[in-house]
Design a protein around this ligand. Structure first.
Ligand code: ADP
Ligand code: MG
Length: 618
């Protein structure tokens, strides 16, 4: 007797189902995607017992003829591609023609469908490989019912998690799909209760519905159309990061996918706004020619591959950078608690409304120079910095991809230029500026008072300056009258030797003397006389710490260590001219709102808030 047998169709389906249908959530996903592919404008999802007893998806799409409906649950039956070449131009979610056959193989399966232009519809029941057909009058579109999922695959059925867990997966998928189709209405019923009711709307509204008003108020919108891709997105404001660590919503041609390359492009655009290791929440919709992206990497169709990763990387990076740079990220101080309660505390949070900074008004002031100046959102230096070290990181995780250097092919478009002007609000012809406890700088702005942390502000200034010097070859050094000799322990000596070229670029004129001693002949001009030794030692200390805790790239680490240790401290007394100059320099930096570690540099105290506190209701 021969041992090899052709498997019966229903067994094949059961096996194949393992790949397509892992849990109730997969059924919901496949059915919803079919409904979208069918051109529906509204979809109802009905769930009972977390999908274990019932999943029903009803749409108002094209519907199917009897003939098509009978084919639909056959293996490899699809209306979406017919030639191999079609695959590369795929616009639809489905293409394998596997979902319905797999699902119908492991459930009690029913299709009720009626085409838009027909009066009579088809009702098919499929059970254990046999089916029956009835004709009848149904609503236009298609309704698919999946009962007792995995009833004939006990191993799978037992493998399902608690209802709460399965339901969580289902709602996540439902919301992900709804998010990318705001032009459609979606409802979900769970055990007869209507739990989601999304009406057709704009994408902003859908974001608010899916994530809540709080999140939608904490994001910065991004929108950009280029020849290669169109991008619409919502990016977390830096202050919002921690709450939503790990949530990234990336869609390519409306398909939820994951891409390390894109994540990296976004995360690195946040650099210097967030701590390393923080992952900003974002929603990004990328539209690009389907022929240039491959989603057919795995049946779950999640990880994508781009033809032109390099350009996509730099475009996404530039767009995110630009959006982050064009919003005022100054936190606003607000009083919370009951009205007039003197004990109510002040709460610091990012302004919940995202207000686009207006084009700067004119300045005429002797003390502050107009800080408006165009910056390109991706400077070569910046990108170099981001990419060195990161290159390896991506290579490690995605070895098959040749990781692009983002400078090459960098789009040199005017669009990537923005005006950075945080100080447009400063009232400059009354240059009233005071120091508070030698720690904070107070200055009036049109909408109230601006409070700046002098140490953090200086840190931001020095950080950018340090980076500039680290990438150029013209160090500025102040020669010491009496060269200083320091003895280092062997560990510090090793770090010092390693950093010698970079330290020299920063302006440290150093000579390695005998054994473990070095001689300081000159230092950067910011370093006060008498502090040369301590500051150099502090920098080495901070550098080592950063290296261990955060594994920062060398130059970034050095710039951070340098700025942190060299900046004026809380408690340092500053003359008025120094205060003015500090504010002026701060607003000339590319990102005046946050320090290199992500802390806010300044806070706004709005007049409206003061008025409210003084009972000056208008
Ligand atoms: P695929 O989506 O990969 O084509 P499926 O097994 O999910 O494979 O569906 C098979 C076919 O059934 C589809 O190609 C489509 O023609 C038809 N179909 C499935 N669901 C619907 C629906 N809700 N409305 C109209 N046609 C549908
Ligand atoms: Mg499908």
């Amino acid at each position: 007797m021969s041992k090899i047998k052709i498997l019966a169709e229903n067994i094949i389906n059961k096996i194949a189902a393992g790949e397509v249908v892992q849990r109730p959530e997969s059924v919901v996903k496949e059915l919803m995607e079919n409904s979208i592919d069918a051109g529906s404008s509204s979809i109802d999802v009905i769930i009972k017992d977390a999908g274990k007893s019932l999943i029903q998806v009803a749409d108002d799409g094209s519907g199917m003829s009897e003939e098509d409906a009978l084919l639909a649950f056959q293996r490899h039956a699809t209306s979406k591609i017919s030639r191999f070449e079609d695959l590369s131009e795929l616009q639809s979610y489905g293409f394998r023609g596997e979902a319905l056959s797999s699902i119908s193989g492991v459930s009690l399966f029913e299709i009720k469908t009626e085409k838009q232009d027909e009066e009579i519809g088809t009702h098919i029941r499929v059970e254990n490989g046999t089916y029956s057909v009835e004709k009848g009058s149904f609503s236009k579109g298609t309704s698919i019912t999946v009962k007792n999922l995995f009833f004939n695959v006990p191993a799978r059925r037992n493998f399902l998690k608690t209802n709460a867990t399965e339901m969580k997966h289902i709602t996540e998928t439902f919301r992900k799909i709804a998010l990318s189709h705001p032009e459609m209405a979606f409802r979900m019923f769970n055990d007869d209760e209507l739990i989601y009711d999304y009406k057709k709307c704009e994408v902003e509204k859908r974001v608010a519905e899916v994530f809540g008003e709080e999140v939608s108020g904490s994001v910065i919108p991004a929108k950009e159309n280029t020849d290669l891709i169109n991008v619409t997105g919502f990016l977390a404001k830096p202050a919002y990061l921690r709450k939503n660590k790990g949530d990234q919503y990336l869609y390519i041609n409306r398909r939820f996918v994951s891409s390390r390359i894109i994540n990296h492009a976004v995360f690195s655009a946040y650099e210097n706004l967030i701590e390393k290791g923080d992952y900003p929440f974002f929603i990004l919709f990328l539209e690009l020619n389907p022929a240039k992206v491959d989603v057919n990497v795995h049946p779950s169709k999640l990880e994508v591959k781009f033809d032109d990763e390099k350009s996509i990387y730099s475009l996404v990076h530039a767009i995110v950078r630009k959006s982050l740079g064009s919003y005022d990220l100054t936190p606003v101080a607000r009083f919370t608690g009951s009205e007039g309660d003197p004990l109510s505390r002040m709460r610091i949070g990012n302004d919940s409304e995202t207000i686009k900074r207006p084009i700067p008004s004119d300045y005429h002031t002797p003390s502050f120079k107009p800080p408006k100046r165009p910056i390109t959102t991706i400077s070569d230096d910046e990108l170099d910095l981001l990419f060195s070290g990161i290159n390896d990181e991506i290579k490690k995780t995605a070895p098959e991809h040749e990781v692009p250097h983002p400078f090459q092919n960098q789009p040199q478009k005017d669009e990537t230029e923005i005006l950075v002007d945080a100080s447009e609000e400063l009232i400059l012809n009354t240059p009233f500026i005071v120091s508070l406890h030698n720690k904070y700088i107070l200055t009036p702005i049109k909408s109230g008072v601006m409070i700046i942390d002098q140490h953090i502000a200086h840190e931001r200034i020095l950080y950018e300056r340090a980076l500039k010097f680290l990438y150029s070859d013209s160090p500025i050094s102040q020669q010491l009258l009496f060269p200083e000799t320091i003895n280092l322990d062997p560990g510090d000596m090793a770090v010092c030797k390693e950093l010698l070229p970079q330290l020299r670029k920063l302006g440290f004129d150093l000579r390695i003397f005998t054994g473990n001693s070095i001689v300081i002949d000159g230092v950067p001009p910011e370093i006060k006389v008498g502090q040369e030794k301590t500051i150099l030692l502090d920098i080495l200390e901070e550098y080592k710490k950063n290296q261990i805790e955060k594994s920062l790239e060398i130059r970034d680490n050095l710039a951070k260590s340098y700025s942190c240790k060299t900046a004026i401290k809380a408690g340092d007394r500053l003359e008025k001219e120094e205060l003015v100059s500090l504010v002026e320099q701060l607003f000339a930096t590319s990102m005046p709102y946050v320090c290199p570690h992500g802390r806010p540099v300044m806070i706004k105290l709005p007049l409206t808030e003061l008025d409210r506190r003084f009972g000056r209701t208008s």
